[in-house]
Design a protein around this ligand. Sequence first.
Ligand code: PLP
Length: 446
Amino acid sequence: MTNSTATRLQENLPDLQSYWMPFTGNRYFKDHPRMITGASGMYCRTHDGRQLLDAVAGLWCCNAGHCHPKIVEAIQKQAAELDYSMAFQLGHPRAFELANKLTDMAPDGIDYAFFVNSGSEAVDTALKMALAYHRLRGEGQRTRLIGRERGYHGVGFGGISVGGISPNRKMFGALLPGVDHLPHTHDLEHNAFSRGLPQWGAHLADELERIVALHDASTIAAVIVEPIAGSAGVLLPPEGYLERVREICDRHGILLIFDEVICAFGRTGDAFAAGRFGVLPDLITTAKGLTSGTVPMGAVLAKGEIYDTFMTGPEGAIEFFHGYTYSGHPLAAAAGCATLDVYRSEGLFERARALEGTLEDALHSLQDEPNVIDVRNFGLIGAVELTPIDGQPTARAMRIFRECYDNGLIIRTTGDTLAFSPPLIIDEKQIAHMVDTVRKSLRAQR
Ligand code: PLP
């Protein structure tokens, strides 16, 4: 038995050796484990018996709060009734039911749902749909994909190719060919401490015209952007920016994909950011909040015209050579149906909308705290950006993360930004508590 195994056993933890953790400093974690052993509503419990307020809804996913009884019950019932049925050439009712609920909730014009198991798979699926769509229409030369700097679209090869976060790309050699990137829209010189959407920066969408001029529209299949980028530090679209991207795509026959893996299901105070911003993309990628984080699932939502384009081959032939063993998995579909019902019956999107002003005021009260260089927010999303420590990017935010954890709060950090995306069931007192804990942690680490 190693020393560390002995210590873990004393702490009532398993041996931590074998698990290679994702996006985690494994060695640091295994020396300083922070283990979550239970959760309910707004709170998580730790292995050492503490209760933490969850200010990030797990990882931007538990929008209905943790272990919602109706979602738990639906999953339990489904597990006892139908564990799995073949995803290809056979179906089961729950997946169809979920597709109907989902497209009912989506903006008008979005009529089809293709199920996957994660946001990364949703992105790669949407990119493949875009390429195949053009090919089916006789424009197979449209193979370029345009992403955006600092965009995060998961970790598949498609997603990292159109994504714009350098550490996620640089270790993996040649990525997809023919990809270009729009500039990101984050500019503290013009937009620091904006409340809601920043006023400056809509013109950055015009860079798409420059990219079109360079490559020629006839070579470009799709543009993919997050309406609000989460993983690269909560980057908000300047007022009018998404509208301009849409106009330029329309002008040149380019499909527009909104990656709503974090924005959908109430995060912006609407079912979809597309609805909140009044901009209709051709494809929407979702995951996370679709099942409130309970069972892995994602979906690509498509306009009718895209689906119809695929439905033209010989009767009985497969139209789209793509799918996953677990596409529309019964447990995920049951969890999704129950989750969408909870969102509606509890009015959680409206609740998020009603609380956004409270969150905005609370977060902006941190403006003068040590090392704060920006506060930004929209819907139930917020961010506090900190001055990096010289020569140690990300270290300051990580210290605040650890300090908050010790003070009973789970936040998320990306770079030197603290990100907030609480479950939509959060109340005003919990928002105040969350921000007071961050304030205390910022002062402790001044
Ligand atoms: N796209 C966006 C916008 C995301 O924020 C994420 C995850 O945070 C993903 C895709 C990837 O989702 P997953 O981790 O479920 O693969």
